[in-house]
Design a protein around this ligand. Structure first.
Ligand code: ATP
Length: 238
């Protein structure tokens, strides 16, 4: 299980996260809602060690992550799929995917293991198998998001941090993306999902948190949040 307790994070003198506490149990799909700039990405940066929390604790399966290097955090099974995909546009789809297998480089069966996970990723995303030799930058937005998620899956995550996977995608592709996330979660991967697409995210979530200006202001079951007037007004609309 992933547990944050009293996590604060600052960029210079600006406090982006203020005493954030949240958790995701093993196998849960937990959604983080919040407007632009609320601090969702900062929570992921703190968990994955890209920006160090200045106070508080982040534990995964009882192991403290604060102070660990990002690569060591990935090796623990916590993998971050960043907002904006961050692909290498000139490299092929398969080369991008294989970057996610870096974590297995010292395993005795590194080649076989990477190949097996690659096959699993291609089974989940058959279109990527077809386009494996194409430059990632030539793919559609939805397909690029698949590459980003696939690359994260190459690390064999126990917990997957998905930052705004539906951003900029057409409604039909968004629907497909949420189905895939649900499928990944059903395979046993704990998912922490940051989304602005609150309605779709809450429909697949087990639990959710609402973040405002770096603080958790609400926590609840999806049905509670979907029926909360303030949440509906702020994140869902009519
Ligand atoms: P978005 O969806 O727009 O990315 P978010 O909820 O993920 O929003 P964060 O990206 O975590 O929010 O940003 C939280 C706050 O921290 C914002 O006010 C943002 O401007 C600020 N911030 C984020 N990264 C940095 C940085 N590297 N340096 C300074 N300020 C930053």
């Amino acid at each position: 299980m992933l547990k944050l307790e009293g996590v604060s994070l600052s960029y210079g003198s600006f406090r982006a996260l203020d005493q954030v506490s949240l958790h995701a149990d093993k196998g849960e799909l937990v959604v983080l809602l919040g407007a632009n700039g609320a601090g969702k990405s900062s929570i992921f940066m703190a968990i994955s060690g890209i920006h160090k929390a200045c106070s508080g604790s982040i534990a995964f399966d009882g192991q403290e992550l604060v102070g660990m290097r990002p690569a060591a955090i990935v090796a623990q099974g916590v993998v971050h799929c960043p907002e904006g995909r961050k692909l290498f546009a000139q490299m092929s789809v398969q080369q991008n995917l294989m970057l996610g297998a870096y974590v297995h480089r010292n395993a005795p069966d590194t080649r076989a293991r990477s190949q097996q996970i690659l096959d699993e990723v291609y089974t989940l995303f058959p279109i990527l198998a077809q386009k494996r030799h194409d430059p990632a930058g030539a793919l559609s937005g939805g397909q690029q998001q698949m590459v980003a998620i696939g690359r994260a899956l190459m690390g064999r995550p126990k917990a997957l941090l998905l930052d705004e996977p539906s951003l900029g995608l057409a409604p039909l592709v968004v629907k497909q993306m949420f189905e895939i996330i649900q499928q990944i979660n059903a395979s046993g991967v704990t998912v922490l999902l940051a989304e602005q697409n609150a309605y779709s995210a809450l429909r697949i979530a087990h639990r959710a948190y609402v973040l405002e200006r770096g603080r958790i202001v609400m926590e609840g079951l999806p049905e509670q949040l979907l029926h909360d007037e303030g949440i509906r007004k702020a994140y869902i609309g009519a």
